[in-house]
Design a protein around this ligand. Structure first.
Ligand code: HEC
Ligand code: HEC
Ligand code: HEC
Ligand code: HEC
Ligand code: HEC
Length: 227
């Protein structure tokens, strides 16, 4: 009778298990302490875009309000990247009759090639997302910008960025730190998209006054962000 033998590969099993356990524990520790996954804490992430669109030029130098392009940011959950028609307001390739408008800005620019293509074909420009929370997290822009949290608090000085990058760790700890103590981050609604604005008084004092006045009370219960 042949003796029973474990197959050869099982010799490696203890090592495999030990490695898996070590990795697993490391993962649990990271998740437990910060609630983070590498994809979301990508500070500095700045993908190249199909059009080298400059916020520094449009929002900084030309002083266009964020809501001119991100026009759902104070109305719904998503901020919405603008459709080609918004760019075409100023960068139209052609008039309806086929001639080039004299009012058009840089109608022949190489950099605007993808805009003209999109205008001609009706296919949207394929912008690459910079910020992206995992699907199991619920986030809502209007809930923040209508309660006094400015774009600058979460996105940094976008009006100084030639190319947008992620400015903050979008970790659970980051969300919760503010939900527990929002006071220093609150400002009057008329300054929400003015990234340069600084309060004339102590931000804590101003914030706690606004918080009381408007009954602002961010929730820290799991079901607020995981629903
Ligand atoms: C203010 C919003 C917010 C609240 C409240 C919140 N979370 Fe989270 N949670 C997040 C975000 C954002 C992430 C994603 C972080 C990442 O991907 O780095 C996350 C991730 C997680 C993860 C997954 C971690 C991972 O790396 O996959 C777990 C588990 C989790 N949360 C559990 C909870 C529990 C339990 C509670 C209640 C005690 C809670 N969360 C409350 C925002 C929140
Ligand atoms: C002229 C239109 C326009 C204006 C004005 C504008 N943006 Fe944008 N924004 C865009 C376009 C187009 C993109 C997508 C391409 C990119 O990421 O650069 C974008 C992307 C972004 C992103 C990254 C989105 C992602 O993928 O995660 C943020 C954040 C942002 N804008 C914030 C702002 C803020 C804050 C302001 C006001 C200071 C502003 N924008 C003003 C057109 C605009
Ligand atoms: C309100 C008018 C306006 C809108 C809307 C607008 N732009 Fe512009 N854009 C300008 C002006 C003005 C300049 C040129 C500034 C200069 O050359 O000094 C410019 C320059 C540019 C340039 C640089 C072109 C070059 O050759 O230097 C790019 C690229 C560009 N815009 C992309 C976009 C995109 C993409 C959108 C839509 C998301 C957009 N713009 C929306 C006014 C606008
Ligand atoms: C409280 C923090 C916070 C504030 C305030 C905030 N954002 Fe965001 N923004 C985020 C997060 C988080 C994401 C990623 C959302 C996701 O992946 O679902 C995001 C994503 C975006 C995007 C990509 C499209 C989208 O909706 O996912 C744009 C554009 C944007 N923000 C613009 C703005 C502008 C403009 C303002 C100010 C008017 C602003 N944001 C204020 C946190 C914030
Ligand atoms: C800088 C401060 C700040 C940060 C950062 C922040 N929040 Fe908030 N959040 C607030 C405030 C203020 C409110 C409004 C509370 C109120 O209306 O009483 C709010 C409300 C919310 C709500 C409630 C929306 C509703 O429908 O009632 C959700 C969901 C939420 N935040 C998710 C998040 C998530 C997810 C993150 C991280 C990705 C985050 N927040 C980061 C300050 C912040």
């Amino acid at each position: 009778m042949e003796r029973f033998a474990f197959p050869q590969w099982t010799n490696k099993l203890p090592t495999l298990l030990a490695t898996a356990a070590a990795l697993g524990l490391g993962y649990v520790a990271v998740v437990g302490v910060y609630g983070t996954s590498p994809g979301t804490i990508n500070v500095g992430y700045s993908p190249d875009q199909p059009v080298p669109f400059s916020h520094q030029l449009h929002a900084g130098t030309l002083k266009m309000d964020c809501r001119y392009c991100h026009n759902t940011v104070d109305k719904g959950a998503h901020a919405a990247v603008p459709p080609t028609s918004t760019c075409v307001n100023c960068h139209s390739a052609t008039n309806p009759d086929g001639t080039i408008t004299t009012a058009t800005v840089h109608p022949k620019s190489e950099k605007l090639l993808a805009v003209r293509e999109s205008q001609a074909t009706g296919e949207p420009i394929e912008w690459t997302r910079v910020h992206d929370l995992p699907d199991f997290v619920y986030f809502n822009h209007s809930a923040h910008v209508n309660r006094g949290v400015s774009c600058v608090t979460c996105h940094g000085r976008v009006d100084k960025m030639e190319q947008v990058h992620q400015d903050k760790e979008l970790s659970m700890k980051w969300c919760l730190d503010c939900h527990r103590n929002p006071d220093p981050h609150l400002r009057p609604l008329e300054h929400i998209t003015d990234l340069e604005w600084q309060p004339e008084e102590d931000p804590e004092v101003l914030g706690s006054r606004l918080r009381e006045q408007f009954g602002i009370n961010p929730s820290t219960s799991c079901s607020t962000c995981h629903r």
